[in-house]
Design a protein around this ligand. Structure first.
Ligand code: TRP
Length: 450
């Protein structure tokens, strides 16, 4: 097996942790988690999500990083060489393709939402929210997403800055990740502090943490599981390709735990900041993808130095989205460089253009094409459902099966080099039985078979 990837290598364990946390922490934590928790009734959903992180996310994340480091290539080629090494079918490389497609589709809408965050940097800085009411804030949001040209312009800008970093390779990814995470966590804590004093903190906390299982149905459980994959960047080769740049001596187990903890902490902090504001202002938790854009500006409009902190917050959100988006396209770019012998720059232009085009569907789904639905879902809803609820769990399931059943035990034991044999045995049991069965049960439950 190769010792290093042709695309380069992270310069230290810390840099890998930052880059992988940068990939994990993004819109999923701050924009998506609160609104899907709101739509699915809160506590029971949050608990299901946390369980999925523990029983499915953590072990599969270790598996995915491990496969990447063993293969040292783009996910498509990694899966092919690992299958050959294990005397299995080369068809496993399809897992890499599934991931590449999922990456394009996710980034296509991710970029549109990141564009909203960019637009809000400017809006908050301009002071339009100073003293604003909940109605006023909702009105501003409604007008904004009704304007396809604005959404398209911000989507285009975000795609350009994403591809600029990806074009620079591992070094570019590294530099982007360094200061953002600590700054983001600090400002979230500040927001939670503000929320504590809005009179509805208790209500927000109990919405998030007191689990009433009558409020969650099969579809909600699938959303929670899908989100566990989404938020940890699992199931499509993003963390696999990051693993392929990981030096051989770094321990995969402990780094995975750190990344998952940081990711979960950011999501919960975001929830704690947002729901008290929702209740204090009589808003509804189930208001969908606009939730943070309709709640946080109220806080910024009323707190001391709100315009300053608000600008900083949306700026950091853009950075968090940026450090996530680069990992969504990296598997495709790495493959183009390996197999099509393209320069990184050319590969970025093609991959970026394709993603940008698909993203136009999402731009229009919030305005001109809002009524164009399939199964009651707009283009954006469809992309989100197809990727987060189907493709990622399916990819994760295949990763678990490959790592647990196809790859030789000595190989995975050596590559993971966990602190002791008990931990290894537990991991192997989970990826062989627990995670695959859990994913299958949730799938079967949703299609109504159990
Ligand atoms: N995890 C990121 C977030 O929560 C999004 C993301 C980045 C992602 N890379 C991914 C999701 C790969 C799925 C797969 O915002």
């Amino acid at each position: 097996m190769k010792k290093t990837s042709q695309h380069g290598q992270w310069s230290s364990r810390m840099v890998f942790i930052l880059a992988a946390t940068g990939s994990a922490v993004g819109l999923g934590n701050i924009w998506k988690f609160p609104y899907i928790a709101g739509e699915n009734g809160g506590g029971a959903f949050v608990l299901t999500y946390l369980l999925c992180i523990l029983a499915i996310g953590l072990p599969i994340m270790m598996a995915e990083i491990m496969l990447g480091r063993r293969g040292r290539q783009s996910p498509i080629n990694t899966m092919r060489v690992l299958a050959v090494e294990s005397n299995a079918s080369a068809l496993w490389s399809w897992l890499g393709w599934l991931g590449v497609v999922a990456g394009f589709l996710i980034l296509s809408y991710y970029s549109v939402i990141a564009g909203w965050a960019m637009a809000y940097v400017v809006r908050v800085a301009s002071g339009v929210f100073d003293g604003a009411t909940a109605d006023g804030v909702s009105h501003i949001f409604g007008e904004f997403i009704a304007d396809p040209e604005k959404l398209l312009a911000w989507h285009s800008l975000f795609m350009i800055i994403t591809m600029l970093v990806v074009a620079r390779g591992v070094k570019g990814l590294e530099r982007a990740a360094k200061f953002l995470m600590p700054a983001l966590i600090l400002i979230l804590i500040l927001l939670v502090g503000y929320s504590m004093n809005q009179g509805a903190f208790q209500q927000g906390v109990s919405f998030l943490f007191s689990a009433d299982f009558s409020k969650i149905n099969a579809a909600g459980v699938l959303t929670a599981m899908g989100h566990a994959f989404f938020t940890l960047s699992l199931g499509m080769g993003a963390i696999m390709v990051y693993g392929s740049y990981l030096p051989s001596r770094v321990s995969i187990g402990s780094t995975t735990v750190i990344i998952a903890l940081a990711d979960t902490a950011v999501a919960l902090l975001a929830g704690l900041a947002i729901f008290p504001i929702v209740f204090a202002n009589g808003l509804t938790p189930a208001s969908g993808p606009g939730l943070i854009f309709q709640t946080l500006p109220i806080a910024f409009g009323h707190m001391a130095y709100g315009a300053f902190f608000g600008t900083l917050f949306f700026l950091l959100l853009v950075f968090a989205a940026w450090s996530s988006s680069i990992s969504l396209i990296e598997p495709a770019v790495a493959w183009l460089v390996e197999n099509r012998k393209m320069s990184r720059m050319r590969a970025c232009i093609w991959a970026g253009l394709l993603t940008w085009l698909i993203g136009i569907g999402t731009v229009l789904s919030f305005n001109l094409a809002a009524d164009l639905t399939v199964f009651g879902k707009t283009f954006f809803d469809l992309m989100d459902y197809l990727t987060a609820n189907i493709m990622l769990p399916l990819g994760g399931l295949c990763i678990a099966l490959f790592a647990g059943w196809v790859m030789a035990a000595e190989t995975s034991a050596k590559e993971l080099s966990l602190p002791n044999d008990h931990i290894y045995k537990a991991w192997r049991f989970i990826v062989r039985y627990v995670s695959p069965v859990a994913v299958l049960l949730v799938f079967l439950n949703v299609i109504g078979l159990i």
